[in-house]
Design a protein around this ligand. Sequence first.
Ligand SMILES: [Zn+2]
Length: 684
Amino acid sequence: MKKIVWIVISGIFISNSYSQTTTNSNLVKPKVSQNFISYKYKELPVGAIKPQGWLLHQLQIMRDGTTGHLDEVHNKIKNDNGWLGGSGDGWEETPYWLDGAVPLAYILNDDSLKQKVLKYINWTLNNQRPSGYFGPVTKWERETGDKITVATSDNGEDWWPKMIMLKVIQQYYQATNDKRVIPFMSKFFNYQLQALQTTPVGKWSEWATSRGADNILVAQWLYGITKEKSLLQLCDQLQAQSFKWSDMFKSRDWVINAAAYQNDSNWMSRHGVNVAMGLKDPIVEYQRTGNKEYLQDFKTGFHDLMTLHGMPYGMFSADEDLHGNDPTQGTELCAITEAMFSLEQVIGMTGDNKYADALERMTFNALPTQTTDDYNNKQYFQVANQVQISRGVFNFSLPFDREMNNVLGMRSGYTCCLANMHQGWTKFTSHLWYNTPDKGLVAMLYSPNEVTAVVGKDASKITVREITSYPFEDSIRLEISADKNVAFPLSLRIPAWCEEATVIFNGSSIKTGKGGSMVTLDRTWKNGDKLTLVLPMNVTTSNWGRNSRAIERGPLVYALKLDEKWEKGHQEVEGDYFSVYPKTDWNYGLPDSVIAAVASETKVNIIKSVDNDFIWNLEHAPIEITTIGKKIPAWKVNADGVASQPVTDRTGIYKGTVDADAKTITLVPYGCTKVRIVAFPVVE
Ligand SMILES: [Zn+2]
């Protein structure tokens, strides 16, 4: 939590190394004054989309695990919690937890979880100061008995945890329409607009300045409801005092420097979770100004990020900082859930379905591997080619004092992820569908669910049941339930990996759609109408760091299946944890003949159905891909348990000794693995 050196003089960022100076001229955009635009696609209220099948089971596991019980097992939440008026922790971890637990309670309609989270919401709403300030009682308030006002705002506390609590309360409102929420938020934002004059966003922490876009996001959501002009003034102010991610994305130096230098120069702007959250910055700026240059900034930023730091599992390296694309680098769990949330906002604002492909890729690959079956343990950092999960000194950009950053534990690594991992699956569920301005519905992300939405010019309520075991299945069946016939457009996203999709309506094929497009059916729908979307999935390869190749099919990336040996350990400070070791050989390269003709050189085996008790683990992996591999005898773990990627020449082929015999190898979905190879070296 040290301060960064970030001095802006005449538009030039001066960093502490002359070789990393970032020129920043011509970056200030002409602002189209307050040309507020509405969403391209609008979020549905929390609870309108009910998970089914495997997704429902995933959320039930979370309810029965730490999402439903974090307040009983995590001291920062358990002991004299600041967000309940106590003198214990009042910073980020309680709001982090609620950011996932509140939507989970309302999505599952679980009364006991609702009662639990309502305590924190009620305390927060009921203890807003007359000035509009909210949150835990500050040290100054305890000492003086006074309450924070605009005049005494410098005795307040960090803006940052309040930004998360605003997201929590926004979701609570979407789920309940509680009448207390809008006045509460209006009053706080009014306080904030005045207080920022003397206590700027960065007054207490640079977490706040690097994450100001989340504050803006909620203020602009409120503007969409109240049309109170001062909210836009507030957002201008917040933006002026926060990191300019748009400008960084546009300049490109931030991401290039992060790939070249793993030092602490401007480290807050290369910190993976900050970057994941910053992705939404150009989008909120676009919403407020209507200036399309911001959209281009986002595209440039995301493209550069994935090119320089991208990993096969759909995320960028973030261990904790951006750290290049070597398959032995890692990603923090918080970075995944925050990148997912940012993309959910990007999709809503832009309607660009390319980012739905990116979101599904991180959700179905990166997210599930990093927690245990019971959702009680997590890795702080996962690694792409993770041939063992163990304590050790890895090439991570974070202190490794206790060597606990890679193991699976409840309290291992930093506990931010233990608190922040709950928003991943829950908000993914809330964003499977969006409403369109022409009173229609968009199926943007796919998974088993049932959505109830208001559509058509007479605002009719309909329900669509989505029956599928996607991402493991290529068919998605939709069944419409409606009290009366209703005309509205229904759009279906065709992922870019799919060459051509087919839409079947009540048994007849009626439309096809190319990958990357949207298929829209604008018609009068009747109760009982059935629609099937078929998205054929081909086996393909993709190129990653150090000339490695991954095998994928549809939205899933496949990794070498290794039998696992789990060992329980205990560390004095960070508690119980698990290490996982492979019981079978992992040192395989893929022959270039497989890469050249991957469709014919691989076999896809559907080995079991995806039942309602599905868990993302080896036992339940429903699909296997078999192909051939050749062992590289010299490829071994180093002293720290890391499998350094074999070297290649520019043709991408490993030229060292390789076993002559090719062996059949089995790949399973990456998200079902704990130890694996996913970025394969290529051999002759
Ligand atoms: Zn974290």
